[in-house]
Structures are given as C-alpha cells and as structure tokens.
Design a protein around this ligand. Structure first.
Ligand code: DX5
Ligand code: ZN
Length: 221
C-alpha cells in the first residue's frame, strides 16, 4: 500500500493556520490530520467544526479528521458539512460503532475507527470489512509530543495479518510519537498512513521533515 504522510496541525501555529496549510501543500503532504478534542474523551480542547470549515476554504488537501470526542454520533453532520474527507471515531467513545460507521459513509465520506493503546484489536474485528482505515493510537490521545508506546506495534501486525487473512482492504494509520525511527518500525509492522505532529512542525522546516520521513520508508515497500 502507498505510504502516506499525514502531518497533524495540532503542533502547528494556531494563529497562522492558513499559512501552515500552505506549507503542507508545498511539501506535498498526502493528508492533513486534524485533531478534534472535547475536554471529555480526552482532557484537551482543540479544534471544532467552524475552524475546519474555515480551513476548507483555504486548502484542497485531504482532511483527515480525528474525533477524540465522547458520543461522536452527535457531531458527524457538522464535520461532514465543514468539509472533512475522512472522519475517524474512537471505538471507546460510542455504544453503536456499526451504526456510526454507516452514518459517516451515508454522506459519501471515508469512515475510520481508532483504538487507544490499551484497547485490543478484537474489539473492532467485526467492522474491519466496513471501515476505510484503522487508526492505531501509538500514544494515549490528548496531546502532541509524547513518547511512542512500543507494544502498539503488535496491534499493527495483528491488523495487517487479519487484513491479509480475510482479504480486506482497510488502511492502517498510526498516530503519536512518530519520528524518523518509529516510522520505520510502524511501516515494517504494516502501517501505511503516518501521522506526525511535533516531528514535522517543531523542526522549523516542514518540507524537510516530511522529506526525511519519506526517505526512511520509501525502500521498505
Ligand atoms: C494525539 C493526537 C495526535 C498528535 C500527534 O492525541 O491524536 O495526532 O498530534 O502528535 P505527535 O506526532 O507530536 O506525537
Ligand atoms: Zn490524531
């Protein structure tokens, strides 16, 4: 599967988001990862649908919206209208995952499911055939700049094995603590969509960091 780099704007300059998106376009990012946090599912509060709408007017990039909110079913319409291309919901945040995935898809959007580090893969086994992507959290959600949790690599491998065994086609995304070393482990384990926040934005040179990440994995697949 094609390796895609998805910079997370969580670590970008929120006072200058328009220009931060321009930088990602110039750097040929494959997706832009937008972290929505509600102060309930996770402690932090970040971006809501009005901000996503404003960003949409300024960018043609693929918007990968990661909802870290309780009861995401209440918010799907708003994020669809705001211009999300993919909506990812946490399996831990809803009682009715199957219905929620169908709801997102009914709007013609990509629908994905995320797992916290401690949540086992078997929790989502039944929906693997209907999701576009599985997001394996490689840190506990809530903040950028945290350290990669190594045991999550086993979950990536399990998902890649299940996908092969069942002849499925969902992508595997990783999010949290990605740098030039952990990206290699994740891609070797089977991930192909790579979220990186602090690594990309704290370096001062967005294009160069994306280029380095790509160079680390381009020979692996
Ligand atoms: C964490 C978010 C991530 C975050 C990753 O809850 O979901 O997308 O931005 O940041 P880094 O790459 O700095 O770990
Ligand atoms: Zn995220």
């Amino acid at each position: 599967m094609q390796i895609k780099i998805a910079p997370s704007i969580l670590s970008s300059d929120f006072a200058d988001l328009k220009n931060e998106l321009k930088k990602l376009e110039l750097a040929k990012a494959d997706l832009v990862h937008i972290d929505v946090m509600d102060g309930n599912f996770v402690d932090n509060i970040t971006i809501g649908a009005p901000v996503v709408s404003s960003l949409r007017k300024n960018s043609t990039l693929f918007f990968d919206v990661h909802l870290m909110v309780l009861h995401p079913e209440k918010h799907i319409e708003k994020f669809v209208q705001s211009g999300a291309d993919n909506i990812t919901v946490h399996a831990e945040a809803t009682y009715h995952l199957d219905a929620l995935i169908s709801k997102i898809k009914s709007f013609g959007k990509k629908a994905s499911v995320a797992l916290n580090p401690a949540t086992p893969v078997y929790m989502i086994e039944n929906v693997l055939g209907i999701v576009d992507m599985v997001l394996v959290m490689t840190v506990n959600p809530g903040y950028g700049g945290q350290k990669f949790i190594p045991y999550t690599l086993k979950k990536i491998e399990m998902l890649a094995n299940l996908r092969e065994k069942e002849g499925l086609s969902f992508e595997i995304e990783v999010d949290g603590g990605i740098n030039e070393e952990t990206i290699v482990d994740c891609v070797n384990a089977g991930a192909n969509v790579i979220v990186a926040g602090s690594y990309v934005f704290d370096s001062g040179d967005v294009s160069k960091s994306i280029e380095i990440l790509r160079s680390k994995v381009q020979s692996l697949r």
